[in-house]
Design a protein around this ligand. Sequence first.
Ligand code: MRU
Length: 351
Amino acid sequence: MKQLNSTALKVDQDRISILDQTRLPNQEIWLEIPDPDAMVGAIRRLSVRGAPLISIAACVSLALHAAKIESEGVSGDEFAINIRETAERLRESRPTAVNLMLALDRMVFRVAPESLSTAHLIATAERIFEDDLALCEAIATHGQQVIEDGDAILTHCNTGGLGTTGIGTAIGVIRKAHELGKRIHVYVDETRPLLQGGRLTTWELDRAGVPYTLICDNMAAGLMRDGKIQRAIVGADRVALNGDFANKTGTYSVAVLCDYHRVPFYCAAPFTTVDPECANGDTIPIELRDGDEVRGFAGTGLVWSPAECQVYNPAFDVTPGKLLTGLILDSGYYPSDAIEAGALTELFAPG
Ligand code: MRU
């Protein structure tokens, strides 16, 4: 496979490395991921994360696995069965991000058995990796129409180069605004329970030189009441055709706060995050995660609640499309009334 480089995923011939996002910002450790089952583990524990990036990481891992088993003499039906079963395990690693399912459909599940070859898998994985760069650029460009000089912008979770192979989705819009000389300031929700805002978005904004202030998730309301936030931009893990979308848990609270305080609220995503088979948010599967992530800071031994207390830990929540001011896609900006009138259904109509 050709050499591919991004902020958190690198491919060098037959080796895949990821920047372990569970260790950021204190340690920048690259992990080699030897096979798809190791990739499933890395996706589950969020060493690699963000809807676009997990789909790309899964695809490159599957493509290199195909090359390996082919070199070991696996062919014909045995090859096809192995690839489908491996793709199935990757597909199940995170259930909400539709990018993962759509990318594996493109690689395997919507491919005629006779076309399922190592050459197809490698070429498709390379294209998916490289396309994401361009999708991020297009989102960042379209997003400029909603950002004004002097804006303070709230964001939730991490939607930058750590979650894509480009400059990101919501963070891409923000970075581009900064690069264009707009004097913006970002309020970063820490994003309980795994602190993707506090650990990852801060790390990225530091590196990009974008001014920001870190807040606890429960501080946004006060800032909005005081008129300190002009707009909010978030990403998505799955967008339904009516504009409902799943994103990191807490996004719905941000949307409700924006609605109450009349703060424009936007979602930025590539077309690979839109689920053409999902009419509304009711059918989006939501991943429930381990209670230890809420009882303390998982993986560190730091626990602040009774060890066995009952916990509810959905990784994502669904925000109703009617709370959106607009959706920023790689194909353009869609105000909520256009979405209500069926813009996404039209855009994703088969054929
Ligand atoms: O659980 P995570 O950290 O993978 O959740 C990530 C998000 O919710 C992002 O907003 C989304 O995947 C978009 S990343 C460009």
